[in-house]
Design a protein around this ligand. Structure first.
Ligand SMILES: [Zn+2]
Length: 497
C-alpha cells in the first residue's frame, strides 16, 4: 500500500494587516522530500501520527511537503501558488498511489482563495482521480466549506482545545484511510453548517458548553454507522463567504445516517450559542486586579493581539497600563517590533535605551509607547514548543532582546511567533514561575502550557485583530445573519447542504 502524505498548515486572519508569504513558512517549517517526513518522526504533529500508524500497519508513505507557518493575514497569491505547486508536483511525480493523507488547518486564506484548504484538496483530487481516497486532518478552528467536503473522502478534526491531540488526530485519520483502502469501510461525509461563531476563548473543551458538545460527539462515534464526528467552531477572524461553525460526521456507507448525526450535533450547538460569552476586563482594571493578587502567577490574556490568531503581536495596551501602574514585582510581556528588537539586540546587555516600541505593525489599532530601559538579555530567539500546534517544533523570533523597565520585562522580538508557551520566556532567561504577572497573547492554548504555573487568568478587553469582541470587527463578506454579529431567536435554519 502506497500513500501520499503532505502537510500545508496556516491559520489566516483576514483582519490582520500583515500579509503572509513564503518567508512565513521559512520562519516556521518548510521541508521537502524525505525530510518532510523523517524530521517529524516521534514529534507531536499530525504527520507524526500518520508515520506512527503507517509503521504499525506496514504502509509505505510517499513524502511531498511539510509546511507550517504562524498565523497572519492572507497569503500573497504568487507565494501561495508556489507552495501548493510543490505539493502538486510531488504528487504527480509519485505515480499511482492507493490513497492520500493531508494535514491541513482548514482556515487558510490566500489573496485569491477564500478557502485555500479546499483549493488544495481539489487540486489533489484532480491529480489522483475520483476513486483514490483522500483523508485530511483539520484544526478544530477550520472553516469547513462545501468544496472541502466535496473533494475529500475523510475529514477528521481535533477534539481538544487547548490543542493537545494533533498526534492522535493524525493517527485516527491514518487508520480510517488505511481501512478504506483495504475495503473494510466506505466513508461518506455528513455535513451541517451553523450560522454562528464562537470566540476561541470559550471554544475551549476543558469544561463548559464545548466540552459537553464534544462528549456528545464521542458518544455518537460509539454508534456502528458513525466512524468519526468532528465539531468545528471556527476561527472567527475570517471575513469569507462560507464562514460559520460546522459539524462533519463520517459515516460508513450510509449518507443519510451521517447527515443525521451532523444535524443533531449542529442543532445542539445552535441551541447553546448564547453560552459562549467571554467576560472581558478593560486593560487598566485588569492590570490593577492582577497586581492586587497577593501570591502566585496571574496571566493577563491579551487574546485580542494573539499572534497565534493572526494578530501582529505589537499591541501596547497592556504595556501602557503596566507602566502607569508601576508594578512592585516582576511582570513579563511580549511586543513584536522588528526595529526596536534589532536596536536593543545590537546595543547589547547593559545598554540604556530610549525606544518607541510597538504599535507600528497595526497602527489602526495600536500606538507606539516611549520607554526608557536597560537591555537585560540578548537571545537567539529560538525555542521549542512544549505543547499546542507545532508541539516539538522550533519557533524563531529572529533578533530578540529583553528590555528592563523597573519590574517590567519586555521581550522585544523581530518576528511574530505563537505566544502561548512559557518556553518563549524561558528562552530569554525569564522564568514565568517566578513572575507575578505574565502577559499571554493567546486565546486558549496557554491553559494547557501554563496549567501548572498560573493561579488565575484575566481576559483583557484590548484592541486587536483577534479581539473576542467580534461585533467590533467589520465583516463585509461573511454570510448574514450570523450569531453573535446578529442575534435572533428560533430553530437552526435549514441549509442547502
Ligand atoms: Zn486551532
Amino acid at each position: 500500500m502506497r500513500v501520499l502524505v503532505g502537510c500545508l498548515m496556516q491559520e489566516s486572519n483576514t483582519f490582520s494587516p500583515i500579509r503572509s508569504d513564503r518567508s512565513s513558512f521559512q520562519n516556521g517549517c518548510l521541508l521537502f522530500g524525505a525530510e518532510s517526513l523523517t524530521e517529524l518522526v516521534g514529534k507531536g504533529t499530525e504527520v507524526s501520527g500518520f508515520l506512527a500508524v503507517a509503521r504499525q500497519e506496514a504502509v509505505q508513505l510517499i513524502p511531498t511537503v511539510t509546511a507550517w507557518a504562524s498565523s497572519a493575514g492572507p497569503m500573497v497569491a504568487v507565494d501561495f501558488h508556489w507552495l501548493v505547486d510543490r505539493l502538486v508536483e510531488a504528487a504527480q511525480a509519485a505515480g499511482p498511489v492507493d490513497g492520500c493523507l493531508l494535514a491541513l488547518h482548514g482556515a487558510w486564506v490566500s489573496e485569491d482563495q477564500d478557502d485555500a484548504d479546499g483549493y488544495v484538496l481539489a487540486r489533489l483530487r484532480g491529480i489522483v482521480g475520483r476513486t483514490i481516497p483522500i483523508a485530511a486532518t483539520l484544526d478544530l478552528h477550520a472553516n469547513v466549506t462545501r468544496r472541502m467536503v466535496a473533494s475529500a473522502d475523510l475529514l477528521v478534526g481535533y477534539q481538544t482545545y487547548p490543542h493537545v491531540d494533533m498526534l492522535q488526530t493524525g493517527m485516527r485519520a491514518a487508520r480510517l484511510l488505511f481501512r478504506t483502502i483495504r475495503g473494510e469501510i466506505r466513508p461518506v461525509l455528513g455535513y451541517r453548517k451553523v450560522p454562528m461563531l464562537v470566540p476561541p476563548e470559550y471554544a475551549q473543551t476543558i469544561d463548559g458548553p464545548m466540552a459537553d458538545l464534544q462528549t456528545r460527539a464521542r458518544a455518537a462515534e460509539q454508534r456502528p454507522a458513525c466512524l468519526a464526528v468532528s465539531l468545528f467552531p471556527v476561527q472567527p477572524w475570517l471575513d469569507v463567504p462560507e464562514l460559520g461553525l460546522a459539524v462533519v460526521a463520517v459515516g460508513d456507507g450510509d449518507l443519510a445516517a451521517a447527515q443525521q448525526e451532523a444535524s443533531g450535533l449542529a442543532t445542539r450547538a445552535w441551541g447553546r450559542r448564547r453560552e459562549f460569552v467571554v467576560p472581558l476586563v478593560p486593560p487598566r482594571q485588569a492590570v490593577a486586579r492582577a497586581l492586587a493578587t497577593p501570591t502566585g502567577l496571574v496571566l493577563l490574556v491579551d487574546s485580542a493581539d494573539g499572534t497565534s490568531s493572526g494578530a501582529p503581536g505589537d499591541s501596547t495596551a497592556l504595556l501602557e497600563a503596566l507602566l502607569a501602574a508601576q508594578p512592585a514585582r516582576p511582570v513579563f510581556l511580549t511586543v513584536v517590533d522588528p526595529e526596536a528588537a534589532r536596536r536593543a539586540a545590537t546595543a547589547g546587555p547593559g545598554a540604556q535605551l530610549d525606544l518607541l516600541i510597538g504599535g507600528k505593525l497595526d497602527p489602526q489599532r495600536h500606538r507606539p509607547v516611549a520607554v526608557s530601559g536597560t537591555v537585560q538579555t540578548v537571545a537567539s530567539g529560538r525555542f521549542t514548543f512544549t505543547g499546542g500546534i507545532g508541539s516539538g517544533l522550533t519557533a524563531d523570533m529572529g533578533q530578540t532582546a529583553v528590555l528592563e523597565i523597573g519590574q517590567i520585562r519586555v521581550v522585544l522580538m523581530e518576528k511574530a511567533v505563537p505566544c502561548y508557551d512559557p518556553a518563549l520566556y524561558r528562552s530569554v532567561g525569564l522564568e514565568p514561575g517566578q513572575a507575578h504577572v505574565v502577559v499571554v497573547k493567546s486565546p486558549t492554548n496557554f491553559r494547557w502550557t501554563y496549567r501548572d504555573l498560573a493561579r488565575d487568568a484575566i481576559y483583557v478587553d484590548g484592541p486587536g485583530a483577534s479581539t473576542p469582541r467580534l461585533e467590533s470587527l467589520r465583516y463585509e463578506r461573511a454570510p448574514r445573519p450570523l450569531f453573535p454579529l446578529d442575534d435572533w431567536d428560533g430553530e437552526l435554519p435549514e441549509t442547502e447542504e
